[in-house]
Design a protein around this ligand. Structure first.
Ligand code: GCU
Length: 409
């Protein structure tokens, strides 16, 4: 029963390229009546909402649209943070008058008078992992295992443990701000995490039952609410928000970017299965494996495709296409075969047909590029040397990409 695309057993992972069987992807331009989308207007008005709904119904669950009561409170501002190089703001965002439904934002902004372009991304271990800055409160929520984590809770030793991954100084030196929050504020990352999280706390306000969406859905929705806040902060240029995410948070960034066109640029760093990588390509992590390990990340319907992957009406190139015509960057790492680098590249390549409707060049060739040779235009891709991580090399590419699009703005 587990025979899926090309009669392979998707319960197993494959890392042998010669064993990847042929597969057929759904056509992102095919309208339900059998015709093809031919214009950007048709895509925007008809096909895009249709494809978005397919992802809601089959992968990430409902994206609540209704208004929610939201209040932000600036906890502190320091005009001379990080040795005088940055403004640090700590901002709490409360929902529905529930003081336990709160997102703690950490913001580093350049010390300029102009509203700053920013990179926005969730972090894995709490805001204190992003910098050694001693003022940042330590999260008390559950975290996955990592540096400075004891029994799924962070200790003082976790301060700055992910500073390399965030490169705050590099971003500031290029005139960008950094806005981040811990994804566990919204929902702790384990199958029952929703019980203490926003899916339970806001179920009445959002008219959405916990099982109607998913953890990735909740994290993505929270990114949109942070965008609501950023639009009210005069120090931020909300038209120049570059949404980035790594791994499971890269999957989330893509879904948030698909749902909310206010994100000017979307970046997926090694998002892999359920993110940028094609599900029908039998390589690295597979759908039955991810559903088994992380059942809370996706909706219930997604699990129905474990044994019938070809029945799924979408594949992940269609998620990337939902970002069009906004600039999109997809990045992989050579030693991160679990994320299926080539499957991420091919997905970005196949999304190009939608960018073309808008007259934008995407990735120019389906030839998999060499390491450290970024390719593409409005859709860009690189594979770098090394393991599953976010490195300075990745950031250098993202910064150059954002500078190219924002310089005009
Ligand atoms: C696991 C999981 C991946 C995920 C990754 C991460 O490896 O299988 O799908 O992307 O964790 O978030 O680091």
């Amino acid at each position: 029963p587990f025979l899926a695309a090309g009669a392979q057993d998707f319960r197993q992972s494959n890392t042998d390229e010669s064993k990847v069987p042929p597969y057929t992807l759904p056509d992102v331009l095919k309208i339900p009546d059998g015709k093809e989308v031919r214009t950007a207007a048709q895509w925007q008005h008809t096909q895009r909402p249709y494809v978005f709904r397919l992802f809601e119904e089959n992968v990430y669950g409902k994206f609540p649209r209704g208004p929610v009561n939201m209040r932000s409170k600036v906890v502190s501002t320091d005009e001379h943070a990080l040795n005088g190089t940055a403004i640090r703001k700590l901002v709490d965002i409360y929902f529905n008058n529930d003081t336990s439904a709160v997102i703690h934002l950490l913001m580093y902004l350049p010390r300029t008078h102009r509203p700053a372009p920013v990179f926005l991304g969730m972090n894995f271990f709490g805001n204190q992992c992003v910098s050694n800055d001693p003022v940042i409160p330590i999260t008390e929520k559950y975290t996955i295992n990592g540096p400075g984590v004891v029994n799924n809770h962070v200790t003082e030793a976790s301060r700055g443990s992910q500073a390399e991954r965030w490169q705050a100084d590099t971003l500031l030196a290029h005139g960008f701000g950094l806005v981040t929050f811990f994804y566990g504020d919204v929902e702790e990352d384990y199958p029952e995490g929703w019980k203490q999280g926003f899916r339970a706390k806001l179920r009445t306000a959002l008219k959405t039952a916990p099982e109607e969406w998913s953890a990735i859905g909740a994290w993505a929705w929270a990114l949109s609410r942070v965008m609501d806040y950023l639009q009210t902060d005069p120090r931020v240029n909300a038209k120049q928000v570059c949404l980035n995410g790594h791994s499971r948070l890269g999957k989330t960034a893509l879904w948030a970017g698909a749902a909310d066109p206010r994100f000017a640029i979307v970046i997926s760093n090694e998002s892999g299965e359920g993110g940028a990588a094609l599900a029908r390509r039998w390589y690295g992590e597979t759908m039955p494996i991810i559903n088994d390990h992380f059942p809370h990340w996706f909706n219930n319907q997604y699990k129905q495709y474990n044994t019938h992957i070809n029945d799924m009406p979408v594949d992940q190139h269609m998620l990337l296409a939902l970002i069009a015509p906004r600039p999109l960057y997809v990045a992989s790492a050579e030693d991160d075969q679990w994320s299926d680098p080539k499957g991420e590249f091919l997905s970005a390549w196949h999304a190009g047909v939608v960018y073309k409707l808008f007259g934008e060049k995407a990735i120019g060739s389906d030839q998999y590029p060499a390491v450290h040779q970024p390719v593409g235009d409005w859709v860009r891709y690189h594979v770098r040397a090394g393991k599953h991580d976010v490195t300075i090399y990745d950031w250098q590419q993202y910064i150059a990409f954002a500078e190219r699009f924002f310089r005009k703005g």
